[in-house]
Design a protein around this ligand. Structure first.
Ligand code: IFM
Length: 444
């Protein structure tokens, strides 16, 4: 089985970057060697993680990283996207945890030896618990702590990195973590989400200042997730509600970065829900970026709601992945064209795309045809966007391997490599083999 793309597709060129992605908390384990993070605390809170699991072992990547680099190499990728665990490299007193930093340096060195480009994400949700105790992302000071952490990482990593993303999916950190509370730290209240978002965006801008100055040779940017909203009907009310939802969930993060202002919706939100925006904040947030990382999985359908303005509804009888997300690749093309039209980003990398499927391993084979079909259609969707002029330069499959899927624990598998959590054995799925074929068959 192989993925196919039209013969003349720029995605068949070796200049197009293909990779696999992971995140620290989801794969590392090795918790005795770092300070606790908000996800350790959240996992330890009864009822927060569906299967009652945690990240203490995960894929045990902290101890198995050498084999994992071999695995990554064996897939034939150009690039590996990983995240740095902030509580592994920074102590509470602001000093560097040298052992933690050394862990990443050896990993980066090995990837460099193998000519695998390293895409580093500085924050993929594992905030040090000691910072949460000071208010976490509700505390403006956390943004400045992030800037200091970025400075230390950049100094330590030197020339080893190809691209830095400041944050992964600030929507999830702010909305899921501080507004509806289904992610760590589990805070609930409309008065918190936008405040956390503002401090996250400020942290991004402050880190961009450091990256632009101290690491001018890397591509520096941010990773945002988008779940484009579509109206449930042609009624004006549903269309307006959908615009509102898109501003609240999607453009809330992109517009400040590109345009230096929040979406117009900000004017109709209650004052108590708004962040304190200091003079100069929006200029910091809209620091020029070299690339926008786009994470895409699905779309959402909205209808008007008298109380909330908009309400998400579920379409009956549509194809869904195991996590319940609709498979709708057209939204991927639409999104990429829309982002390009609105903001003209200098470059876009698809930093995550993939499917959760209830895989089974039989005689050493994981025949994940539904995931293969998902990837095939989404690769095509990216191709169509490129043909329409969107500057997509690379694509990362989420994920390298099955891992800790946040509030879903280990029940949802997104990997192109199967992980047996008992033995920690890794098995490349059929989707992984198809991806390898696509990458290794490129000619020029
Ligand atoms: O596993 C997550 C990842 O950490 C962030 N983006 C979405 C993925 C699937 O839910």
């Amino acid at each position: 089985m192989a993925f196919t793309l039209p013969k003349n597709s720029s995605m068949l060129s070796s200049k197009f970057t293909y990779g696999v992605a992971t995140a620290s908390f989801q794969i590392e384990g090795g918790i005795d060697n770092r300070a606790p993070c908000i996800w350790d605390t959240f996992c330890a809170t009864e009822g927060k993680i569906i299967d009652g699991s945690d990240g203490s072992v995960a894929c045990d990547h902290f101890h198995r990283w050498q084999d994992d680099v071999e695995l990554i190499e064996s897939l034939g990728v150009d690039a590996y996207r990983l995240s740095i665990s902030w509580p592994r490299v920074m102590n509470e007193d602001g000093s560097v945890n040298q052992e933690g930093m050394a862990f990443y340096i050896q990993l980066l060195d090995r990837l460099n030896e193998k000519h695998i480009k390293v895409f580093v994400t500085l924050y993929h949700w594992d905030l040090p618990q000691y910072l949460e105790e000071q208010g976490g992302w509700l505390n403006r000071e956390t943004a400045y702590k992030f800037q200091q952490y970025t400075t230390e990482v950049v100094k330590a990593f030197g020339e080893r990195v190809y691209a830095y993303a400041t944050l992964n999916e600030p929507f999830c950190s702010a909305y899921l973590g501080y507004e509806i509370g289904v992610h760590a730290p589990g805070i609930v209240g409309k008065e918190y989400g936008r405040k956390a978002a503002h401090h996250l965006l400020l942290a991004h801008g402050l880190a961009m200042q450091v990256l632009a100055k101290e690491s001018p040779n890397t591509l520096n940017g941010i990773v945002l997730n988008f779940t484009p909203g579509y109206a449930a009907s042609k009624s004006l009310a549903d269309i307006k509600a959908t615009e509102m939802a898109n501003e609240y969930h999607n453009y809330w993060y992109a517009k400040p970065i590109f345009d230096g202002e929040y979406p117009a919706l900000i004017d109709s939100l209650p004052k108590a829900h708004l962040p304190d925006i200091f003079e100069g904040d929006m200029a910091i947030i809209s620091h020029e970026i070299d690339f926008l990382g786009v994470n895409f999985y699905t779309r959402a359908i909205y209808e008007a709601d008298e109380q909330e303005g908009f309400k998400e509804v579920a379409l009956p009888d549509v194809e869904r992945t195991d996590i319940g997300w609709e498979v709708y690749p057209q939204a991927f093309t639409d999104l990429l064209i829309d982002l390009n039209t609105r903001y003209q980003p200098p470059a876009i990398y698809i930093t995550e795309n993939g499917a959760s499927i209830d895989d089974e391993i039989e005689e050493g084979v994981v025949n994940d045809q539904r995931r293969i079909s998902y990837y095939q259609r989404h690769l095509n969707a990216v191709h169509v966007a490129i043909e329409s002029g969107v500057p997509v330069k690379g694509y990362f499959a989420w994920s390298l391997m099955d891992n800790f899927e946040w509030a879903e624990g280990y029940l949802k598998r997104f990997g192109i490599v199967y992980v047996d959590y008992q033995s920690q054995q890794r098995t490349i799925k059929q989707s992984g083999l198809a991806y390898r074929k696509l990458m290794t068959s490129r000619k020029n």
